[in-house]
Every structure is written in structure tokens, then in C-alpha cells.
Design a protein around this ligand. Structure first.
Ligand code: HEC
Ligand code: HEC
Length: 491
């Protein structure tokens, strides 16, 4: 479906400019290659073929750079992206996919990465020019009506659905150039892979999204029509624009009394909430938690973390057949001194870079009585791999009858291991009300060994969050996750 543009831009008030030099990438370097290996290869693969070890857990798949096809461009259809286009993608990530934002890396690092991606994609030719889009005309009462009319006339609804819910008649038949299934965007959730400003969206109409069924409308829509359509598309979500997780800081304030251990303790009311955006590793159009709000306190002896997120329906694994549990997890790096750019993968740790995971799931609570499960051997003494957890079957997670929250370790997908019972030192509980889950985790600051997150007043530790929506069949690797944040314990 990718079409090569006939050069008709000028007549539509869209004109070509020289490549912007602001975001120009340097020559490929060792630095770029090393950063790529640390940050990107787990998904995109060492050679950029989209076959990293995490790829099988992701939908849509990480891009195979060797095809040289890029969705998010300011250049005509069929033309390579500019360095600035790639820099924007690497900085902001691509909402609606597992492509995170890397704004926590310096601009120099991100540009070195852009050069490396270009080398892998063998992008030698310079783009012939970028498409410039003028500034948006003021909205008049007629603009939205015009946009709505065009949305019908141009048959956008065939793929995007009458109300933009990605449920048009073509749903389920759409494929990308590599033959993989692809979903149209759900506009009601404000998901735009190339950015959610009006001009970003106008660019997507003008350039199309190469390699996908999203066509370029350069010769069928005039620029004022594109603005009207962009305004209409954006109106379907209201002011909301989905963002990708990148990084941020959660400050753990120090209090003198006991820390709250109950989800509804009024003490939480005074603690500032840090909103952490989440991204789905396995894209779908049903509801997903796109944000978790995090609060944290410590008192020099104990830490308490409160996670809160929206969920329309409570789901336990035992409520109905084929139902999965609502769950949440907090993941800590076991190497806090390592800079974020060299941390393990944020979804499950990595080989030789183990992580500590505190895991709460609703069905744990209902498992309090009954079977005595096998207790896993200590991680350090040769990890027992709980393969099912990473790839399909939540029932294979070792259950501890007394646990509501489990203290686990992982060294990559498929390696989740419960700590021995004597080392389980994380407590917690969940509470559901008014369409929101609240889950609290508590632990002594003092750890019980090298596999417990080191938590010390005055120090920072990388932390990441995950939420599973059981009623949307989330389980195992199908979850919403953040990237690494910094948890800073006040002195
Ligand atoms: C957790 C997995 C993951 C990691 C880590 C990751 N990516 Fe991606 N990336 C993806 C996925 C998935 C896509 C495809 C998204 C889509 O097409 O909808 C993607 C797409 C891209 C694209 C294509 C943009 C376009 O216009 O089509 C670029 C460029 C890119 N990634 C660069 C990087 C770089 C550079 C890094 C490391 C700094 C990186 N990615 C790390 C998952 C990842
Ligand atoms: C043949 C199916 C098809 C038609 C027709 C179509 N689209 Fe799309 N569109 C897609 C698909 C698929 C994607 C998602 C591409 C991706 O995520 O990689 C998309 C993506 C988009 C995006 C998101 C851009 C971004 O940054 O993620 C916008 C906005 C959009 N379409 C608007 C429209 C409008 C408006 C029309 C009608 C003028 C239209 N589309 C017609 C299939 C279609």
C-alpha cells in the first residue's frame, strides 16, 4: 500500500524544505554501537533485524531496520526519514507499541543511536527534503463538521471505525508489509505513534505510514482539509494524548511515625502522587491501564509504596473460565549504582543483570488455603526456571499459601523465581473501589540478602512498574509496563 509520492506538495500549501540540520546525526561511532547494544538490541536484535530476545513477547514486533522502512517521517512516502525524525522517535517512543522513549539519554547519545540505526538500515541517501506544514488555521464551528464529513467521505472509518475505536469493517484483516497483523489506532484513547499535536497528525496524512496500510493522502486532500480532519480525529479523544514511559523520579518522603500499611489509610492523602505512564507490550484495543499513580513513604526502618490505577472490572483467575487475575508488580534493579543507560531490560531483567520483583495478584489472595506448592530453590544456587510464567501459563508460578505479595527474582523473560519462603519479606494488599485498584507494598528497609532490592535512606534505586488487567486477558508477558524510574529515598 506504500505509495511513492508524485511531487504535488506545493499546490496544497505544503512545500519541500532542505533537511533540517538541527538534529543531524554524527558519523556512526563505537559509542552509538555500544549504546545500541545496551538499549535497543534486546528488542531490535544485534543486527537490527527485529529479532532481539524480547521480540517474541511484543506486538507489534520491533522494527526490522534492514527493510529500511520507517513509519514516522516528515519526508514524502517512500523516502527515508530525516535524522530529526529518528531523533524524535527515539526521544518520545511510539505510543501504542513497546517502543519506549529514551529522553533520559543525552541528546548526544540519542544522535549516536540514530547514526547506528541508519547504518543498520543502510540509509545512505539523504532524504530529498522534508515536507513543511504551515501553522494550524484557527478552528471555526464548521471545522469539526468538515472533518467529520471528510472522515466519512475518505472512508477512514473502514479501518478506524465510525467513532475512531479501531473497529471498522477492515479490522482483523489489516497487515503490514511483512505480513504481520496490524491494528489501526484507537483515536478515543489518543494514541498516535508519531506524536499527538495537530501538525504531527497532519504530517501522518501527508506522508502516510510506510510499511502499513495507512495511506498517504497527499493528492487527495488539500491542506485545509487535513487540518479539519486532524481536528476531528483529535476531538474523538478530547484533550488526552497517550505518552510512552521514558523516565522520572519517585521521591520517598521520610516520616517519623509508622508507615501506612493499609491501602485506604488517610495518611496517603498527604503524599504527592507521581503519575507513571505505562505501555502495553502486547497491543490490543480493549482497555489497558495506561498510567499508574505511585506514592511512597519510609520511616528509616520500613518502606511503603502505594500503586493506584484504573480498571473497569475486577478479575481473578477463578471467577470464570479463561479468566486471568488483576495484578501489579514493582521491579527493582539489584545494581543501583549502574547508570540507567546500562541497566537490565525494564520488562524482566536480563541475563547476568538480575532484578527483584514484588508481585501482587488477586488470585494469590484467594489461594490462601489449600495446596502446599513446591518452594523454589534460591536463585543464587542456580535459578529454577519457571518458564511458563514468561510465556503462557500463570499457573506455573510457585504459590506460597501464606503470601498475598511475592518476593521474586528474574534474569530475563521466562526466568521468574520465587525467593525461598524464609526470605519472603514483602507484604501487601489490594483494594478495589470506584473503578480503581489500590495496592500497597511494604518491606523492611534492611534487605535479606543480595537478591533483595537494596533500599537505603539517602540513596536512589532504579524501579519499574507493571500492571495486568485480567479481564482483558493480560497475563505473563502480556502486561502494561513502565521503563526505569528512579526511586529516591529521602535521608
Ligand atoms: C522494548 C522493546 C524496544 C526497545 C528496547 C527499543 N525499541 Fe525501537 N521499536 C520497538 C517496537 C515494538 C517498534 C515498532 C513499533 C511500531 O511499528 O508500531 C520499534 C520501532 C522503532 C523505530 C521505527 C520508527 C519508525 O518510524 O518506524 C526506530 C527508529 C526505533 N524503534 C529505534 C530504537 C532505538 C534506537 C532503540 C534503543 C535506544 C530502541 N528502538 C529500543 C521496540 C523497542
Ligand atoms: C486501509 C486502512 C486505513 C485507512 C483507509 C486509513 N487508515 Fe489511518 N491508519 C491505518 C493503520 C493500520 C494505522 C496504524 C499504523 C501503525 O500503527 O503502524 C493508521 C494510523 C493512523 C493515524 C495515526 C498516526 C500515528 O501517529 O500513529 C491517524 C491519525 C490516521 N491513521 C488517520 C486516518 C484518517 C483521518 C484516515 C482517512 C483520511 C485514515 N487514517 C485512513 C489504516 C488506515
Amino acid at each position: 500500500m506504500t505509495r511513492i509520492v508524485k511531487w504535488a506538495w506545493v499546490s496544497f500549501g505544503v512545500f519541500l524544505m532542505g533537511t533540517a540540520s538541527e538534529g543531524a546525526a554524527p558519523a556512526p561511532s563505537r559509542q552509538g554501537e555500544a549504546l545500541y547494544k545496551e538499549q535497543c538490541s534486546i528488542c531490535h536484535g544485534a543486527e537490527g533485524k527485529g529479532d532481539g530476545s524480547a521480540a517474541e513477547f511484543l506486538f507489534p514486533k520491533p522494527r526490522n531496520f534492514t527493510t529500511g522502512t520507517f513509519k514516522v517521517r516528515s519526508t514524502p512516502s517512500g523516502s527515508p526519514p530525516t535524522d530529526q525524525d529518528l531523533l524524535n522517535t527515539v526521544t518520545q517512543g511510539m505510543p501504542g507499541s513497546a517502543m519506549p522513549g529514551f529522553s533520559f539519554l543525552s541528546k548526544g547519545d540519542r544522535l549516536a543511536l540514530v547514526s547506528h540505526v541508519k547504518r543498520l538500515a543502510n540509509l545512505q541517501e539523504k532524504p530529498e527534503g522534508t515536507i513543511a506544514v504551515s501553522s494550524p488555521p484557527a478552528a471555526t464551528p464548521e471545522t469539526l463538521a468538515q472533518g467529520k464529513k471528510l472522515y466519512r467521505e475518505m472512508k477512514c472509518w473502514e479501518c478506524h471505525g465510525d467513532e475512531g475505536r479501531a473497529d471498522g469493517p477492515s479490522t482483523g484483516t489489516l497487515k503490514d508489509d511483512s505480513g504481520e497483523a496490524i491494528l489501526a489506532n484507537d483515536f478515543t484513547r489518543g494514541i498516535y505513534k508519531g506524536g499527538g499535536t495537530l501538525s504531527d497528525i497532519v504530517f501522518r496524512f501527508a506522508t502516510g505510514m510506510d510499511g502499513t496500510p495507512m495511506p498517504s493522502y497527499e493528492d487527495s486532500l488539500k491542506e485545509p482539509e487535513r487540518w479539519a480532519l486532524a481536528r476531528y480525529v483529535k476531538s474523538l479523544a478530547g484533550p488526552k494524548v497517550a505518552v510512552q514511559p521514558t523516565t522520572g523520579t519517585v521521591v520517598v518522603k521520610r516520616v517519623s511515625g509508622p508507615v501506612p500499611t493499609d491501602t485506604m489509610d488517610p495518611a496517603w492523602g498527604k503524599v504527592p502522587a507521581v503519575p507513571v505512564p505505562l505501555m502495553l507490550l502486547w497491543q490490543r484495543n480493549e482497555a489497558a491501564a495506561d498510567e499508574v499513580s505511585v506514592k511512597a513513604l519510609h520511616n528509616g526502618k520500613e518502606i511503603a509504596l502505594l500503586l493506584e490505577w484504573k480498571d473497569e472490572e475486577v478479575s481473578t483467575r477463578f471467577r470464570r473460565d479463561r479468566h486471568f487475575a488483576d495484578a501489579a508488580a514493582v521491579m527493582f534493579s539489584l545494581a543501583p549504582q549502574v547508570p540507567l543507560s546500562r541497566q537490565a531490560h525494564f520488562a524482566m531483567g536480563e541475563k547476568k543483570k538480575p532484578v527483584n520483583i514484588w508481585y501482587w495478584a488477586l488470585d494469590r489472595r484467594m489461594d490462601l488455603v489449600g495446596v502446599e506448592p513446591p518452594v523454589q530453590p534460591a536463585f543464587a544456587r542456580g535459578p529454577a526456571l519457571v518458564a511458563g510464567w514468561g510465556s503462557g501459563n500463570a499457573a506455573s508460578v510457585p504459590l506460597r499459601p501464606s503470601a498475598i505479595v511475592e518476593d521474586l527474582n528474574a534474569e530475563g523473560f521466562g526466568t521468574l523465581t520465587a525467593q525461598p519462603r524464609a526470605d519472603q519479606n514483602v507484604n501487601g494488599s489490594g483494594f478495589y473501589a470506584a473503578g480503581r485498584w489500590r495496592v500497597v507494598f511494604t518491606r523492611d528497609l534492611r534487605s535479606r540478602g543480595a537478591l533483595d532490592a537494596p533500599l537505603e535512606p539517602g540513596r536512589a534505586i532504579p524501579v519499574a512498574f507493571a500492571v495486568w488487567n485480567g479481564s482483558a486477558e493480560d497475563r505473563d508477558g502480556q502486561k502494561a509496563v513502565s521503563t526505569w524510574y528512579r526511586l529516591v529515598l529521602a535521608r
